[in-house]
Design a protein around this ligand. Structure first.
Ligand code: JFZ
Length: 597
């Protein structure tokens, strides 16, 4: 009886997941719609991680401490009494609220989220609940938060606060400090009632209207506690948003994992926080800066999938935003001056899948093609736009109409654009397409003009894979069992020989490096042919959208497609290797035409 109930429940869950029913986090709520309107328009914000951790800047007692900078207290197990002493040194004399806010503005960012209290427990504002704060405990003695609030008001930027609601390594009853405190003797409710809630109340009442409260690392916070925070925020400031990391899916929008950009268009509001290098809080030896092109690509890709992009800076202990961050932000801002129309308030792509050449955003009657891989000779093709294009032009050269042709060929709607041979922008150039009347779009998976057919796990039918789940990056996770089968339907236009390539993903955590496991035996069936092959590391590809997780490419064989049209491809694992406990981390299957056919 018990087993029966459980298998029924599993089947039901799989069914719901397949139907996408679990993907809608919030019921439509008019108050929320009102609250979130500015945020949907904004699309791009500045995250600021600033606190006492900027003083050690990644080094403790002469040792470089690996991991993200703001976690140094935890990573180096620094006793509270020792870490507290940093406050006496905190004197950011170069801090200038106007400069920071003007930088955000020049970068094209519409909101700022700053750490009012991170996991280390130190309040970066004048708290009356605890003296462990920037005004009462440092020689600097200024409420930087107040100065920022005033500067934001002057510049028309929305101020938002990060608040670590569960982890507090300073408070004897907060979560996370196992080196000073005995967890078995802790009383979370005491911390929550005596520090967290009163401080959230303070940040909501001392600094004027806020855009949002950005909670973090909910851990195992109860639904009741999450709701209490949400109610506290909405009661004190009805227009203030709450992010998804308040826990239990009760926020106003969803928060993605750090640096994680989902692989498909989502029909709900979401945001990804992203680092400019590999840390949030300042670390003096982290010079691994993302290129401006990566930042712009990520920004437009996030918008193309219905999200917001929250890009972090980690100021130094002197109050200076590192120059490499400033340089990149100003470049993104210059790009947005030209191309902002395709970002602010823009709607997602009508195509649910990714393109290799870039991303698509939209407005009613308009499509924007954000091209970062410029086509050779400027010849660009897009399939699947049904409806007439009235005019095409580059946002960088609005007056110059681009030549194009449209037609129905080989069962597809084909748009061909003649672009200049060189892109107007070295990073991302945007083509605007003005559409006549109601356009319709082919939303199914189709062969692309470059001949490739890409089948992301995010679009797989999981009915034959009850033990698998696919994360938002499109990676099948926890694939340890053989016998699981994924299926895709797609449309292939060109008959011929195709290489079957698998893209599987590296795993990566904040603290460990990248890792990958191969050696799995898989079977692929398509067009009446079945091939078997081994998943081997034949080379790693950088994914421009998620550069932190590379793809491992493995060609497992060839198939011949004799007839164009709808094709079903299925993939199953016959044997899964799991010595490293990573298993098979498939992200996509690709059919790639074999040259010469
Ligand atoms: C959290 C913090 O611990 C970190 O210090 C920083 O503030 C960051 C923005 O948020 O770290 C996380 C939280 C969630 C994930 C990863 C790191 N996640 O869901 O992948």
């Amino acid at each position: 009886m018990k087993t029966k109930t459980r298998s029924l429940l599993t089947a039901l869950a799989a069914l719901l997941a397949a139907a996408g029913a679990l993907a809608q986090p919030q019921p439509p709520d008019p108050a929320r719609e009102k609250r979130i309107a500015w945020w949907r328009e904004a699309r791009f914000g500045m995250f600021i991680h600033w606190g006492l951790y900027a003083i050690p800047a990644g080094e403790w007692k002469g040792q470089a401490i690996p991991g993200i900078g703001e976690w140094i207290m935890n990573r180096a197990k620094i006793p509270v009494r020792e870490y507290e002493l940093l406050a006496r040194q905190f004197n950011p004399v170069k801090f200038n609220a106007d400069e920071w806010v003007k930088l955000a503005k020049a970068a094209g960012q519409k909101y700022i989220v700053i750490t009012s209290k991170h996991h280390d427990g130190f309040a970066m504002y004048h708290s009356r609940v605890s003296r462990y704060n920037i005004v009462d405990a440092t020689p600097f003695g200024r409420d930087v938060t107040k100065e920022l609030a005033e500067a934001c008001r002057r510049e028309g930027i929305r101020l938002c606060f990060y608040y670590s609601q569960v982890q507090d390594w300073h408070h004897p009853d907060g979560v996370g400090n196992t080196w000073d405190y005995d967890e078995s003797k802790q009383n979370f409710a005491r911390y929550f009632n005596e520090l967290a809630k009163p401080q959230v109340r303070e940040i909501l009442t001392q600094y004027g209207p806020l855009g949002e409260i950005w909670f973090d690392t909910p851990r195992n916070i109860s639904r009741e506690d999450s709701l209490e925070l949400v109610n506290l925020v909405h009661t004190l400031q009805p227009a203030c948003l709450v992010n998804g990391r308040v826990g239990n899916d009760v926020g106003d929008y969803r928060s993605m994992g750090d640096n994680q950009i989902p692989v498909k268009v989502l029909d709900y509001d979401w945001e990804t926080p992203v680092t400019l290098n590999d840390t949030w809080g300042y670390k003096k030896d982290d010079h691994n800066w993302k290129s401006t092109q990566t930042l712009i690509r990520q920004l437009v890709d996030v918008v193309s999938k219905n999200g917001n992009y929250l890009l972090n800076v980690g100021p130094t202990a002197e109050g200076v935003i590192p120059q490499p961050s400033v340089d990149r932000l100003l470049e993104v801002g210059r790009w947005l001056k030209v191309n902002g129309e395709a970002v602010y308030g823009a709607k997602p792509s009508p195509f649910p899948y990714e393109f290799e050449w870039g991303s698509v955003t939209s407005r009613p009657g308009r499509l924007y093609l954000h091209i970062s891989e410029w086509p050779r000779g400027g010849e660009f093709a897009l399939y699947g736009v049904g409806g007439k294009v009235r005019r095409a032009y580059l946002l960088a050269r609005r007056e110059a109409a681009l030549k194009f042709t449209q037609g129905r060929r080989g069962g597809r709607d084909e748009l061909r654009l003649q672009l200049p041979s060189q892109p107007p922008d070295k990073d991302v150039s945007v083509v605007a397409l003005e559409l006549e009347g109601e356009a319709s779009f082919e939303r199914g998976l189709i062969q692309q003009p470059d001949g490739k057919v890409t089948l992301s796990c995010a679009f797989a039918d999981l009915a034959g894979a009850p033990k698998l789940s696919v994360d938002l990056r499109g990676v099948a996770t926890r694939w340890f069992d053989p016998g699981q089968e994924l299926r895709w339907d797609s449309t292939i236009y060109e008959p011929g020989a195709y290489e079957v390539a698998l893209l599987s993903s590296e795993a990566r955590s904040s603290f460990a490096g990248a890792d990958w496991e191969g050696g799995h035996l898989v079977k692929v069936t398509v067009a009446g042919q079945a091939i078997e092959g081994k998943v081997e590391d034949q080379g790693r590809l950088v994914n421009a959208r998620n550069p932190r997780w590379r793809d491992v490419r493995s060609v497992i064989g060839q198939v011949r497609i004799a007839k164009p049209g709808r094709a079903t491809l299925s993939l199953s694992a016959l044997k899964v290797q799991s010595e490293k406990k990573l298993g098979f981390s498939l992200r996509a299957v690709q059919l790639v035409p074999v040259a010469g056919k």
